[in-house]
Design a protein around this ligand. Structure first.
Ligand SMILES: Cc1cc2nc3c(=O)[nH]c(=O)nc-3n(C[C@H](O)[C@H](O)[C@H](O)COP(=O)(O)OP(=O)(O)OC[C@H]3O[C@@H](n4cnc5c(N)ncnc54)[C@H](O)[C@@H]3O)c2cc1C
Length: 385
């Protein structure tokens, strides 16, 4: 299926590793809503999660296209990188805006696997998509910030040592532009957990280890402020293209998994003495999903190419995320329909992947907000909100 892509050795290595984590492993994690610890440890041990960390800090020093290859292969194999992908998409913010001291302090540990940077706290219950309306406040007293407030949907916080946190350092009423006055912190949760930081898990329709965080005057050393105070929104925005690109890669992997599962099943399943795949009513939805996946894949490569050339491919990264999430969802629908009743049986993995694929219509950015972005920033129409 499709021409072979870049990083063949990495793709083959990831694929071999994933073969040790078959459907039964994911079914059990899903049933128990358990974090796929063994899988994350295996990926860490093999070095894949440190692909984007520069070599001087112990990582592989590869560009984002390597992250694309790794995440796509994980999903193409039927596994799920949601347990560990944040380490890749938060890396740009740390590398671009973090101080040398911060990089020296944290990156070698992250690269060798003794530290996890898997939690990214932006969304709040009252602000939702309107990020600049977030209310969590960090107030500086001497060399320490004290953080109070709440986050929601902070995934993997229970399984991460570090949290990249966006908080207000100046109240929204006190800044002329609402995007000012927000700051990013690298929080070492080990120092504050169970004291000024409480983590409460949220049970969701798929196994995602997502949580709510409550901060009660949580101390964060001023040395852990990333970049300049008040510029955090720009730093997070600059990381968004990377996030969109990496999530699009996962969606492409999912789409390939669904298409492969559906086309194989359609060729083998005999009903009325012939394979169901001989019926155009079965073939066409799978072929259409394939065409959408290939188009999305091209946009993903274009976004990746521009990103690596140092451009700011907001349009292409958003398009890649939109098209890839749609392609994976269309492929998921076609796959369930092709498998008939078996599409609903846990042991076939399709229903699990179907639930997992649904997320990408909403997170990390919803389809509506991408369409709003395109309407306003690409097509120059009036802002709708
Ligand atoms: C499983 C899961 C994991 C997540 N992990 C993280 C994480 O690790 N870190 C983190 O910070 N966040 C995380 N999120 C949050 C995620 O990014 C948000 O859920 C998402 O951005 C949507 O925000 P919301 O849920 O507050 O929806 P809302 O902002 O309340 O929006 C609800 C609906 O209204 C639509 N809508 C809102 N405003 C407009 C508008 N102006 N025009 C048109 N439609 C609009 C949205 O598209 C959406 O469909 C996660 C979410 C989930 C479900």
């Amino acid at each position: 299926m499709s021409y072979e892509l870049d990083y063949p050795e990495i793709r083959a290595g990831v694929s071999r590793l994933c073969a040790d984590f078959p459907g039964e492993y994911w079914q059990e994690c899903d049933r128990e809503q358990a974090y796929p610890e063994k899988f994350v440890n295996a990926l860490t041990g093999a070095g894949y999660l440190c692909a984007l960390i520069p070599e001087e800090f112990g990582g592989m020093g590869l560009p984002i296209s390597a992250g694309v290859a790794i995440l796509e292969e994980i999903h193409r194999a039927g596994c799920n990188a949601a347990a560990c992908h944040a380490q890749m998409y938060t890396m740009g913010t740390v590398l671009r805006h973090g101080s040398n001291e911060q990089k020296n302090q944290y990156l070698p540990g992250i690269a060798e696997g003794s530290l996890r940077l898997q939690a990214f706290g932006v969304t709040e219950p009252t602000s939702g998509t309107d990020t600049t309306a977030l209310r969590t406040m960090a107030r500086r007293k001497g060399d320490t910030y004290f953080v109070s407030g709440q986050k929601i949907w902070t995934s993997r916080a229970e399984h991460s040592d570090l949290l990249l946190l966006l908080a207000r350092t100046t109240a929204r009423e006190a800044v002329s532009r609402k995007t000012d006055g927000l700051s990013v912190f690298l929080v070492d949760m080990r120092n504050v957990l169970g004291q000024s930081l409480t983590i409460r898990p949220i049970r969701t329709m798929m196994n995602h280890a997502t949580t709510e965080l409550f901060f009660d005057e949580m101390p964060v050393p001023a040395a852990n402020l990333v970049g300049e105070e008040g510029k955090g929104f720009q730093y997070i925005l600059s990381g968004m293209n990377a996030e969109r690109i990496l999530i699009a890669a996962e969606c492409i992997g999912d789409a390939k998994w669904f298409i492969s599962k559906a086309s194989n099943y359609a060729s083998e399943r005999m009903v009325f003495d012939r394979p169901i795949g001989q019926n155009q009513g079965i073939q066409f939805p799978i072929a259409r999903a394939y065409s959408q996946m290939r188009a999305a894949e091209l946009m993903l490569h274009e976004a990746t190419r521009l990103y690596e050339a140092g451009h700011n491919p907001g349009e292409e990264a958003n398009l890649a995320k939109l098209l890839a999430a749609d392609a994976s969802w269309v492929a998921a629908e076609a796959c369930v329909q092709t498998l008939g009743g078996f599409g609903f049986a846990a042991e076939y993995d399709v229903e699990r992947k179907y639930r997992e694929a649904r997320l990408y219509q909403v997170a990390p950015i919803s389809t509506n907000l991408i369409l709003s972005y395109l309407a306003e920033h690409v097509l120059d129409m009036p802002r709708s909100y």
